[in-house]
Design a protein around this ligand. Structure first.
Ligand SMILES: [Zn+2]
Ligand SMILES: [Zn+2]
Length: 353
């Protein structure tokens, strides 16, 4: 039996031979930049299987002696057993669902609970794709909803939307919703927290939006004594629902960017008090907040949203990274706002303050 697989580079089809599954796993790990030793382990095991007859492999699987073969450990043995039983191996299924990123059981479980994404960009600001394409991809990933959160006017480098352009965008969102129901594209913004803690968009317009993510993008290096009140003022703003990538750190690149300085206890106490969700930003260059702060947010009783901050459709898959961090830091499922159905999410976002 051969099954077509869409969009998988040079391996567009695999047979259900165990060795082919192992090669497919190696390919996906490689594509996700996983360590070479891990990739090689799966390729070597595939070669080991090539040298065996089908009967011998069956016999070993039944006798439970696969792990006596060189280079075959528990995960690979289980993968072979599942393939021989006519199933798509769990490890492969998980990799395919996570864009090749191996994730823990707990993170995979958490990901299945997420019903939407609250932080995404289109080509209206600094994203690479049209609104509709982002929404279609989110729907294909199984999301019930996606919040479109393009940038606000003062973020000129990101082609932030003026009030006028945002109003135009709301018309487009309306049309997309008509076409894509029951999937819901929710209206939103990633609004800049200005230097004095006010927000970079008309309050009436912010009030109209379904979800408001507020983030610091400028003057990230101001002293903590100034950054803390700046952020608290934004958190206390009745329009704000989510605090985006709170430290502003960048963890890749030559220098990266250090975390902004602020009093985390005060910030998270404010988020808890005003019902603002602390975002777990899944972008690999951000992975914000760091785990020590995420644990602090959990202790403070904050709500959390696990978002991608996707700037392209493929990045909408990256919630797994955030799930991994949430699982590692013991974030309770019921506090994750995007595990909620759209109506519950909207009721929370419209909460009286
Ligand atoms: Zn941002
Ligand atoms: Zn963003």
């Amino acid at each position: 039996m051969r099954r077509a697989r869409a969009g998988c580079g040079n391996l567009e089809a695999v047979s259900d031979e165990p060795a082919e599954y192992l090669r497919r796993i190696a390919y996906l790990l490689e594509r996700a930049h996983e360590p070479t030793f891990r990739v090689r382990a799966f390729r070597r095991a595939a070669e080991t299987l090539d040298a065996l007859s089908g009967d011998e492999l069956q016999a070993r699987s039944q006798a439970g002696t696969l792990m006596e073969l060189p280079g075959i450990g528990e995960v690979i043995a289980r993968t072979i057993d599942e393939a021989l039983a006519g199933e798509t191996p769990v490890y492969l299924r998980r990799l395919e669902a996570t864009g090749g990123i191996p994730v823990s059981e707990a993170a995979a479980q958490l990901r299945t609970l997420l019903k939407g994404d609250l932080h995404t960009h289109s080509d209206w600001s600094d994203g690479g794709s049209p609104i509709e394409e982002m929404a279609r991809t989110a729907a294909e990933l199984g999301h019930e909803y996606m919040v479109l959160t393009d940038h606000s006017p003062r973020l000129k480098v990101a082609n932030g939307l003026s009030a006028e352009r945002l109003r135009e965008q709301l018309d487009v969102v309306r049309r997309v919703n008509e076409e894509m129901a029951p999937f819901r594209l929710l209206t939103g913004i990633e609004v800049d927290i200005l230097e004095d803690g006010t927000l970079d968009q008309d309050p009436e317009l912010l009030a109209e939006l379904d979800v408001v993510v507020a983030s610091v993008h400028s003057k990230l290096r101001m002293p903590g004594e100034e950054m803390t009140p700046r952020m608290v003022r934004a958190i206390a703003n009745p329009h704000v629902d989510v605090l985006g990538h709170c430290t502003g750190r960048i963890v890749v690149g030559k220098r990266g960017r250090p975390e902004s300085e602020f009093d985390a206890e005060i910030i998270f106490a404010a988020c808890a008090k005003f019902g603002v969700a602390v975002e777990i930003n899944s972008l690999p260059e951000r992975l914000d907040p760091p785990k020590r702060l995420l644990r602090l947010a959990v202790e403070a009783g904050c709500r959390v949203s696990i978002d991608t901050d996707a700037h392209a459709p493929g990045q909408l898959e990256w919630q797994y990274r955030g799930c991994e961090r949430a699982a590692a830091c013991g974030v309770p499922e019921e506090t994750i706002v995007n595990t909620w159905a759209a109506d519950d999410l909207l009721a929370w976002a419209a909460r009286a303050r």
